[in-house]
Design a protein around this ligand. Sequence first.
Ligand SMILES: *[C@@H]1O[C@H](CO)[C@@H](O)[C@H](O)[C@H]1NC(C)=O
Ligand SMILES: *[C@@H]1O[C@H](CO)[C@@H](O)[C@H](O)[C@H]1NC(C)=O
Ligand SMILES: *[C@@H]1O[C@H](CO)[C@@H](O)[C@H](O)[C@H]1NC(C)=O
Ligand SMILES: *[C@@H]1O[C@H](CO)[C@@H](O)[C@H](O)[C@H]1NC(C)=O
Length: 956
Amino acid sequence: MRPGASFTLLFHLLPFLSTCFSSEEYEFRALLSVRSSINDPLDALSSWSNSTSFCNWHGITCVDHSTSHVSIVRLSGKNLTGSLPSVLFTLPFIHTLDLSSNGFSGGIPPEAFSNLSSSLRHLNLTNNHLSGPLPLRSDGRDKIINSSLEFLDLSNNYLTGEIPDEISNNFPHLKVLDLGGNSLRGRIPSSISKLRTLEFLTLASNELVGRIPPELGEITTLQFIYVGYNNLSGEIPPEIGNLTALNHLDLVYNDLTGAIPGSVGNLRKLRYLFLYQNSLSGPIPPSIYNLTALISLDLSQNDLTGEISEEVIQLENLAILQLFSNRFEGTIPWSIAALPRLQVLQLWSNRLSGEIPADLGSQNNLTVLDLSSNNLTGGVPEHLCYSRRLVKLILFSNFLEGKIPGGLSRCRSLERVRIENNRLSGELPLEFTKLPLVYYLDVSGNGFSGRIDGRSWEMPALQMLSLARNDLAGPLPDSFGSENIKNLDLSENQFSGGIPAGLGRFSELARLKLSKNQLSGPIPEPITECKKLVSLDVSKNHLSGEIPAGLSDLPVLTELDLSENRFSGEIPQDLGKTGSLVFVNLSHNHFHGSLPATGVFLSVNASSIVGNPGLCGETARSGLPPCTAAVEKKPRRFSVTVLMVGLLILLLSVLLFLLIRRRGREHIYLKKVEVNGNGVWEVRVFDEKASKVITADTLLTSIKEGTVAVPDGAGDGMLFAVRNTTDIPRIGWAEMTDMGRFRHRNVVGLAGACRSETRWVLIYEPVDGGRSLSVALGELSWEKRCRVAVSIARALHCLHRRGMLLHGNLTADNNVVLDGDGVARLLINVFPSGCEEGKRECTEEGKDVYSFGVLLVLLLTGRCHVDAEADKHGGVVEWARYCYSECHLDTWIDPVMRGPIAEYQDEMIRAMELAVRCTSVDPTQRPCMKEVVKVLEKSVEKPGSWVSNIKRALAI
Ligand SMILES: *[C@@H]1O[C@H](CO)[C@@H](O)[C@H](O)[C@H]1NC(C)=O
Ligand SMILES: *[C@@H]1O[C@H](CO)[C@@H](O)[C@H](O)[C@H]1NC(C)=O
Ligand SMILES: *[C@@H]1O[C@H](CO)[C@@H](O)[C@H](O)[C@H]1NC(C)=O
Ligand SMILES: *[C@@H]1O[C@H](CO)[C@@H](O)[C@H](O)[C@H]1NC(C)=O
């Protein structure tokens, strides 16, 4: 007999048992039945045996040892699994039942609540895997049931259904009600207002809709309200202002509209007011400045307007003020500087103008100051770091002028400094280049002048330094006092002298930009020791000498710009073989000799090599004169060998052709179709169904539509995509046929393909109810988004294993569709990688991994490649990296993501970490798809993890 079954049997016998045995005996047997009904891998219940009094059993406390009745059962965090033992709920003298943080699953048994012990005060089932609805008694809506329950915590489970109206008459004495982190739907019932003793209400992270019921204002005992992360809409009811005991009000991440009601000003005990990420409009009601107990005020990411009042001075306990991403205008109130407890001030992305209050920092403990992307003028205040605690100073994209004040340059607590794109000037103070903790320093786009050599740079933590677009001059220093520099941008200044050989010690350097200066001399050979260099731009200087041979050995070099210098000599033939190189510009130098006929140089544009009179080359696109002399030199004897090899190749191809034809006869139909005025098309069909669909008519429609067209009826759900042959140069029938044969459950395969002289039309298998990911994204919860990630990762892994690569980027618009069952599928669009399985050096695969990382960022944040907010940070990838390392999840997670958020926070952060790794600038740091899938599938084993939900959903 299964333990569960014996338990159920016992349960039915209980009424009988309780009449036959004393209550003690009944409790004893009930507890033993619990032990046998649940799984206890850690043997937490080993003391639960018949040999000792149950009052001494682990987790049991009795009221009084002389009478021996179970009063408290506390079994939190014991890895217990199985169904909830409802007999515990009915023990006659039980007061506290805490089964939190275990693995109990299945529904809450209705009999647990219908026979709830009248002595139970405290019930805690948080952090389990409970599912299904809340099974409350509904024997008459108004009938008060005699329950004494005061604390009910069911948070972080998988409960579904609506919040029942009966909750108020089932548990009329509740003080704490926590239903957060479930999947509850529907509205917040107004009957909840009958809970007249409620102090703590959490409904956060569910899928609740509709208005916040005004009746909530009747529960005057309320101290804490958390209803954030739902889909609530409408206005904040003014009745909220009646809750004068309120300490904490959190309505974040909903779709609340209208103005913030002035009645909020009545909440004199309020310490935390969080309304961020809604669509609230209008000004801050003046009454808010009456909330003198406030510690944290966060109204960011709304559509609020108007000015921030000087009355803010009344908020004398305020430590955190976040008003970013609104439309506030006017000046920053000077009284802000006098708030004695202020630590964090974030007002970025508003329309604030005027000067930063001159005393800011001198009377408070500022740790974070972000005023970026406003219209601020005047100077940077002297005392921002008076407290010696300032960690982040972010003032970029304003109109600030003047020098970096002395007080700030000695601010040794600073870690992140972004003052770029202002009108700051003067020299960089000597102390400013000796800050021990600064890892990110961007002063670009200002008017800084003077020299930066001949001083000591002692910035051991520095990873990113940009001095670009200033008027700095003189020689470059040999060191910045950091071994960790990854990104160094000194472009667009007046630097002169040579490139210091000391740069060769920067073993982490990935990007070096020295363009538009007056540097002279050669590229020092030691630079080729920077093995992680991805991008090297020294264009528009007076550099000379030859290209160092070692440059060809840089394993991940992707961009190389040497244009508009005085470089000479031949281009090293090996440079073309550097597989990672995709962009090269050698124009306007004095190079001579022949252009390498390999790698990047095969497809090089004329503009990238123009202005080198001595250069010759064989590829037509290069626009160079042919190297005739070089060809003639070749000894004639070779031509015999060439002829023989040629013959052999011919023979082999004939054989291969015959082979392919035979296989073709089995599976592949070939025909020619004449399309009205659009030439003759060769058509291959990889799926018999397609042969009926591909007609002159369907081809014509899809060519006319230009992109993906779904011809109604005729196409039978097939997708037609048109590509110009120049867009997919490497594809011939052989590759297309490979693609056509490829099948995977997460790939929309090719049903057929058609080729004319200039175009390919690809015909994809029908996808019932398919929608592009970008269209569907807004409706997807985190679990569903995870499923998308895993599906696409698997598809990519499988493609890579077959030696195929995606052609172009992976985009939610074009390549990823969700079919009618919600399964994500990749529209196959690939070309051969030329890599063999298991060869880790295949950097080209890294491009797909990068694309996948960008997709993962989209799934997490809702932001894609084209995004204004992300562009401020230098693109979505940089933005994601910034968010991952700097910001709370709230600020980057997709605001429209459906479903619970809080319980998945750790998983989201782990996914973001994976995304950041996938989009690493250095391709060698990116995991391969095999590893990505493995990382995902490994977590599948862990119960309760995000991937296990996926596994469940995919029914693997
Ligand atoms: C305890 O239970 C075991 C079987 O579970 C039984 O063999 C034993 O006799 C019991 N002891 C007492 C003291 O009831
Ligand atoms: C409980 O189970 C989880 C996952 O199965 C495991 O990671 C954890 O270590 C277990 N706890 C203990 C105390 O063994
Ligand atoms: C329930 O238990 C958790 C620990 O597992 C605790 O953090 C929480 O405060 C408890 N809830 C109540 C209402 O006491
Ligand atoms: C509650 O608030 C509303 C609107 O702010 C007000 O009209 C009403 O009189 C208040 N009720 C009580 C009992 O204070």
